[in-house]
Design a protein around this ligand. Structure first.
Ligand SMILES: C[S@@+](CC[C@H](N)C(=O)[O-])C[C@H]1O[C@@H](n2cnc3c(N)ncnc32)[C@H](O)[C@@H]1O
Ligand code: SF4
Length: 385
């Protein structure tokens, strides 16, 4: 078995404020102990690198939380460590997620100097009222200013928007999206607002404080999104991600194609396929206890398990069918360690294809159609054995 190039994820778990919709592993602290967390991240990375030995490295992704709150010297040190432990592939992608507040805008040049070559900016909306509803710490004009600085600073740039918000009609979303597309470079992440359990929005929604567009309206908005983005040459390559051909996020593609990835930092996940199967690791979620574990034993692992071939097949399908390119049955079988026929119910596959939810490409890939991708959650349990 030849080792695939690695994708490296590094989690920064802090934010200035908790957004009411967000269930990411993010925490607000009066003061962040930068020195302690920098040391712990570097130590956990060194621990994993030593266990793994030299491998090609295709991408690094600093996610959060809000990694733009990290001291850029920490970003630089982690990139340096990673490129020393592993062999960076030509044009290795290094992404950092950033918030568009003015403080962070001033740090962008330092992140670029640290080696970051792709910025992903959490704009969320270009409408002031919507930004207040979403509990954001920045205005639309600050977001636009950050976008302009980012465009001038980084070779690659993406930004996030959240649509299908309460009271938002398709026409309004089209107008906001057109404004965003005019500001876009070669990549956008466009998410429908989801109500995540345990968030402030979940409580407010249950109380009836606001309503969301119904399923039909949300589907129309999804299809409108594809049309508008297409006019600007941005094509959907995953349910919520749009890029000019060649500008797809290589790091995120590694997850969706069920590649090997390392996960460093609180709450991070890791998947590595080796001779003994697929090892899944998850780190302790709470930042300080995670740091204590790393300080004590070199890593903050909270759980480690060998996935069964069935679990691997399920995960690979779950990720892969999100992609416009769909899945290659031979690859799924290789990553799962099971024949494709043992993962997917062939009768159900044919039935779902007949109903227009699935299709097979001329080169034998299995693809979810637009209709199918909108209903993946319902489709997959039926499709998988
Ligand atoms: C880790 S955050 C990105 C970086 C940064 N913390 C920020 O907020 O700007 C990941 C992205 O997921 C999206 N997101 C998070 N929770 C969501 C939800 N409940 N519904 C829709 N999108 C959501 C947001 O667009 C957010 O930018
Ligand atoms: S959306 Fe971003 S800034 Fe807001 S709480 Fe989540 S991770 Fe933090």
């Amino acid at each position: 078995m030849t080792a695939e190039p690695l994708a490296l994820y590094i989690h920064w778990p802090f934010c200035l404020a908790k957004c009411p919709y967000c269930d990411f592993n993010s925490h607000v602290r009066e003061r962040i102990d930068q020195t302690r967390f920098a040391a712990a991240l570097r130590r956990e990375l060194a621990h994993e690198a030593e266990a793994l030995g030299p491998r090609p490295l295709a991408s690094i992704f600093f996610g959060g939380g809000t990694p733009s709150l990290m001291d850029p010297a920490t970003t630089a040190a982690l990139i340096e460590d990673a490129t020393r432990f592993f062999q960076p592939v030509e044009g290795m992608e290094i992404t950092l997620e950033a918030n568009p507040t003015s403080v962070e805008r001033q740090k962008l040049a330092d992140f670029r100097a640290a080696g970051v070559n792709r910025l992903s900016l959490g704009v969320q909306s270009l409408d002031e009222k919507a930004l207040r509803f979403l509990g954001r710490e920045h205005s639309a004009s600050q977001a636009i200013a950050a976008l302009e600085t980012a465009r001038a600073t980084f070779p690659r740039l993406s930004f996030d928007l959240i649509y299908a918000r309460p009271g938002q009609a398709e026409a309004e979303w089209r107008a906001e999206l057109r404004q965003a597309l005019a500001l876009a470079a070669d990549h956008l992440s466009l998410y429908q607002l989801t109500i995540e359990p345990g968030t402030r929005f979940a409580t407010e929604y249950a109380r009836g404080a606001f309503r969301l567009p119904d399923e039909e309206e949300a589907s129309r908005m999804y299809l409108a999104t594809r049309d508008e983005a297409g006019l600007f040459g941005l094509l959907p390559y995953e349910i919520s991600n749009y890029a000019k051909p060649g500008a797809e996020s290589r790091h995120n593609l590694a997850y969706w194609r069920y590649g090997d990835y390392l996960g460093i930092g609180p709450g991070a996940h890791q998947r590595l396929l080796g001779p003994e199967g697929m090892l899944a690791i998850r780190r302790h979620r709470a930042p300080e206890p995670w740091a204590e574990l790393v300080e004590r034993q070199g890593h903050g692992t909270a759980g480690e398990e060998r996935l069964t071939p069935e679990e691997r097949g399920r995960e690979a399908m779950l990720m892969g069918l999100r992609l416009t390119e769909g899945v290659d049955p031979a690859r799924i079988a290789q990553r799962a360690g099971l024949p494709f026929e043992a993962i997917v119910d062939q009768g159900m596959l044919e039935a779902l294809a007949e109903e227009g939810y699935l299709a097979t490409s001329p080169d034998g890939r299995l693809i979810a159609t637009d209709e199918g991708r909108l209903r993946l959650d319902a489709l997959l349990p039926a499709l998988l054995r």
